[in-house]
Design a protein around this ligand. Structure first.
Ligand SMILES: Nc1nc2c(c(=O)[nH]1)N[C@H]1C(S)=C(S)[C@@H](COP(=O)(O)OP(=O)(O)OC[C@H]3O[C@@H](n4cnc5c(=O)[nH]c(N)nc54)[C@H](O)[C@@H]3O)O[C@H]1N2
Ligand SMILES: Nc1nc2c(c(=O)[nH]1)N[C@H]1C(S)=C(S)[C@@H](COP(=O)(O)OP(=O)(O)OC[C@H]3O[C@@H](n4cnc5c(=O)[nH]c(N)nc54)[C@H](O)[C@@H]3O)O[C@H]1N2
Ligand SMILES: [Mo]
Length: 778
């Protein structure tokens, strides 16, 4: 057995140690991590030849017919080529597109999580490269909190980070009596941090809090989201109704805090007129709320009284805003906390994202980390990330976004590195139609994901296990040396190396590399960072070589005493919020001024098109929760051991209440079919009375596995079922968390899962002679 010594590396779910043994990879936890993630078990599959892309490849039809719209994407076979040919062909196509259409014809938004590592970060590399060519159309915001990211600056102002500037767990543990957690605090999610997290402490903090004097009331359709003893199984997508019902009790019973509303907020009169029904004739009483959210009115009443009598923290998971009208739940959540009057007091007030990410409530070093400069993209055209299919299907058409009317650009070439739209986007059949409209799709991937299979030009790249890098996240207080564990798989090259070769071929090599090799870049980024950060932290940071030779670099951590908006509470005139009023905007004149019926001026109950209270439920009687997967990060390493462990017969597991299953003749372990008007997928049934009746839960991330030209995905990707519709005209965020569906027992012979197999490889077709036009880089 040929085993190398263990070396350190890092992932978004934690640092680790790894070594190569006869071409396989063995992984163990980093000694500094008190609570390592079970997802480390997926990493060995990063070298699995069944899923890796071994050689550059070009879609058969693209080689034969040249660039152009095509339904062949995702359906045709690939011709494997040598690197020289790939670079020549791809450089030629980029030259052509930039000469013919200019940078506004190139979509380089390339949303996605890629891998940990500061230099080899795929998006940074790609954006730097495209900027050297003259720029690209970008995507703004994210899929994680796309609605809050646009809403919250209107409500609490720019500069207040409602996702990471939140009250520390240590403060909660000491001061909080009651947490009312909409969406719960799901343990399964708290290993993740973009860029990684060396010491996982979220669960430790949570258990210490719950084991101590903190009581958590979880409001969620799933019991497993609940860390405490009280579970209120709410009807999905109705939290705003429940929050309004709670506010109604507080006001009706004079348990609210008019002095706080007066001093620290604007818009309380408008909001409370709506709550009491003075403005629209409908009192948002607990009875009114109960009809919608299916939590009994007496429970709502008792909870409101208890909230007013306790030191209470209202938290909202990000999932609640990843749905139609997703702006409303976080806005109503902070309004509820404002009506209680406790915002800014230790352990009380509002939080957004406890149980959504590892770093929420956990202090870091509070400094920037080494970052590859991307340059300044001269192209102003952009879309909110989740409007990608709309953009491709409606070039030249207007759309609204946060008070502006923008125009969808006309895209010829889509370039993706480090993301998987067939994971993250909604209504995947629509996405397929959208991708069919462009001339060329380029994808850098280590793996044969569905996005790679839908590319024209497939660029095989390395994983972090195959390169040297610096692991760090802006919210951690560690830097991890990431060492090469194995040689690059097949002919795979680093994203950077491919882009550097393309840049050379296009005459912008020096601008892209600045004359540095990858190793020289790493040293340069580290040293530039250390020179400015050391003095700021008042510590001597080691030279680069010493850092690389060490297991870990630990920076001083900030004190764990943060309370959200405490400075504002202490001195609202001296430290006003950066909102137009300087206060918390329970009514936003700015938003009201946009005139959006799908996002009015104050938190409002707006029925989504698809929920169990809508007429659609007569036909599609089950509410699908498409939440984050327990056994992997998104679609990453879906073929890994921990990911597979949660599947049923190789298909993604759908969980449903035993009574809903019995009505449909479904037993545990059955192959079932989930379907609606948009599509269908197979999955393996798991019966679970911790799922609310009328709800089914199918997590995201099973690699899309279309069966021929049918609407069926054989593997269980829920995004064939979700609706591709912005949260509202304000934020245009994704609404992928929810959809209405029906489920049936699948009779007959189910299609085998082919998602983890490579596409077909074919012989080279006859190729016409293309003569690319001239292109001069700016
Ligand atoms: N229905 C529904 N859909 C959702 C959500 C939901 O709740 N419901 N949640 C949304 C959320 S919050 C998010 S953040 C998105 C996540 O969506 P994505 O971030 O797109 O998902 P990932 O699976 O992380 O995709 C990362 C891809 O990068 C590849 N990769 C890894 N390392 C490298 C590298 O070094 N170079 C290159 N070139 N590629 C690399 C991986 O193999 C993988 O295919 O999904 C969203 N989609
Ligand atoms: N294991 C794992 N952890 C992850 C990720 C992953 O892929 N895998 N992804 C990471 C990323 S990128 C992000 S952005 C975060 C996302 O963090 P979140 O968005 O908070 O995570 P989700 O798991 O999608 O949803 C959390 C819970 O909300 C509940 N919920 C859904 N709809 C409703 C509703 O209408 N009302 C109420 N009250 N509850 C509802 C669901 O039961 C669900 O379990 O997670 C991160 N953590
Ligand atoms: Mo996310």
């Amino acid at each position: 057995m040929a085993a190398n010594p263990y070396v350190t590396s890092s992932s978004h779910w934690g640092a680790f140690e790894a070594r190569a043994v006869d071409g396989t990879v063995q992984v163990r936890a980093h000694p500094a991590d008190p609570d390592p993630s079970p997802l480390l078990a997926n990493l060995a599959s990063a070298v699995d030849p069944a899923v890796r892309i071994a050689r550059p490849a070009i879609r058969e039809g693209w080689l034969r017919d040249g660039p152009g719209p095509s339904d062949g994407r995702g359906r045709e076979g690939f011709v494997e080529v040598e690197w020289d040919e790939l670079i020549e062909v791809l450089a030629g196509e980029l030259r052509h597109v930039y000469a013919e259409r200019g940078p506004r014809g190139v979509f380089g938004g390339s949303y996605g999580w890629a891998s940990a590592g500061r230099f080899h970060h795929a998006q940074s590399q790609l954006k730097r490269f495209l900027t050297c060519l003259g720029g690209y159309v970008s995507g703004v915001g994210n899929y994680s909190y796309g609605a809050s990211g646009v809403l919250m600056p209107h409500v609490v102002g720019r500069g207040v980070d409602v996702t990471t500037g939140l009250t520390d767990w240590a403060v909660i543990r000491e001061h909080t009596e009651l947490v009312v957690a909409f969406g719960g605090i799901p343990r399964k999610n708290t290993a993740m941090n973009p860029g990684g997290m060396v010491r996982h402490t979220a669960d430790q903090h949570l258990r210490a809090a719950v084991g101590g004097s903190v009581d958590v009331v979880t409001v969620s359709p799933l019991r497993e989201d609940s860390p405490g003893s009280t579970w209120l199984p709410i009807r999905p997508a109705s939290d705003v109704a429940m929050m309004l019902g709670l506010m109604h009790v507080l006001v009706a019973e004079d348990l609210h805090d008019p002095a706080f509303l007066e001093r620290y907020c604007v818009g309380a009169p408008e909001l409370l007129a709506y709550v009491t029904g003075r403005s629209d004739g409908v009192a948002k009483s607990p009875e009114w709320a109960a009809e919608r959210c299916d939590v009994p009115a007496d429970t709502i009443r008792a909870l409101a009284r208890r909230m007013a009598a306790s030191r209470t923290l209202v938290t909202v998971t990000w999932s609640l805003q990843r749905t139609e009208h997703g702006e409303q739940a976080p806005w109503a959540g902070i309004a509820l906390a404002a009506v209680l009057g406790q915002i800014g007091l230790p352990g009380r007030g509002f939080g957004h994202g406890y149980g959504s990410m590892a770093d929420v409530g956990v202090p870091g070093a509070g400094v920037r980390v080494p970052t590859l400069p991307q340059g300044v993209n001269p192209v102003a055209d952009h879309i909110p990330v989740a409007r990608v299919a709309d953009m491709l299907l409606h070039p030249g058409e207007p759309f609204e976004f946060d008070g502006s009317t923008l125009t969808y650009p006309d895209i010829g070439l889509v370039y993706w590195a480090g993301g998987n739209p067939f994971h993250h986007h909604q209504d995947l059949h629509r996405l397929r139609r959208a991708l069919a409209t462009v001339d060329t799709v380029v994808v850098h991937e280590p793996f044969w994901t569905a996005m790679a299979k839908h590319a024209d030009i497939v660029v095989p790249v390395t994983t972090p296990l195959e390169r040297t890098d610096i692991g760090a996240s802006r919210t951690d207080h560690h830097l991890v040396p990431m060492h090469r564990v194995v040689e690059p798989f097949g002919l795979a090259r680093d994203d950077h190396a491919v882009l550097a070769a393309l840049a050379d071929a296009l005459g912008v090599g020096d601008a892209f590399t600045e004359g540095r090799s990858a190793d020289e870049w790493l040293r340069h980024l580290y040293e530039t960072w250390a020179t400015s950060t050391g003095p700021r932290l008042g510590v001597d940071l080691p030279p680069y070589d010493d850092f690389l030779a060490s297991p870990l670099l630990t920076l001083p951590v900030q004190p764990a005493d943060r309370t959200f908006l405490d400075g504002f509470r202490a001195d609202p005139d001296g430290r006003p919020l950066r909102t137009p009023s300087g206060r918390i905007e329970l009514f936003s004149a700015t938003i009201a001024g946009f005139g959006y019926d799908d996002c009015p001026g104050h938190p409002t109950w707006l029925e989504p098109v698809e929920w169990l209270g809508s007429p659609h439920a007569a036909r599609w009687p089950l509410h699908l929760i498409a939440n984050q997967p327990r056994g992997r990060l998104h679609s990453q390493l879906d073929a890994g051991a921990e990911s597979r462990r949660h599947k049923v017969g190789g298909r993604e597991a759908v969980r449903m209440h035993p009574d809903d299953a019995a009505e449909r003749g479904i037993s545990d372990g059955d192959v079932v079919r989930l379907f609606n008007d948009r599509g269908a997928c197979l999955a393996g049934a798991r019966l679970d009375d911790g799922v609310r009746r009328g709800v089914v839960q199918l997590p995201t991330g099973a690699w899309f596995d279309p069966v021929g030209d049918t609407e069926l995905c054989a593997h269980g990707n829920p995004n064939v079922l979700t609706r591709d519709h912005g949260t509202s005209r304000l934020a245009q965020g994704t609404s992928g968390q929810h959809a209405l569906v029906e489920v049936e027992r699948f009779e007959g012979d189910p299609s085998p899962v082919r998602a983890h197999r490579p596409p077909d490889f074919v012989e080279r077709p006859d190729r016409p002679q293309l003569s690319p036009p001239e292109f001069t880089a700016p």
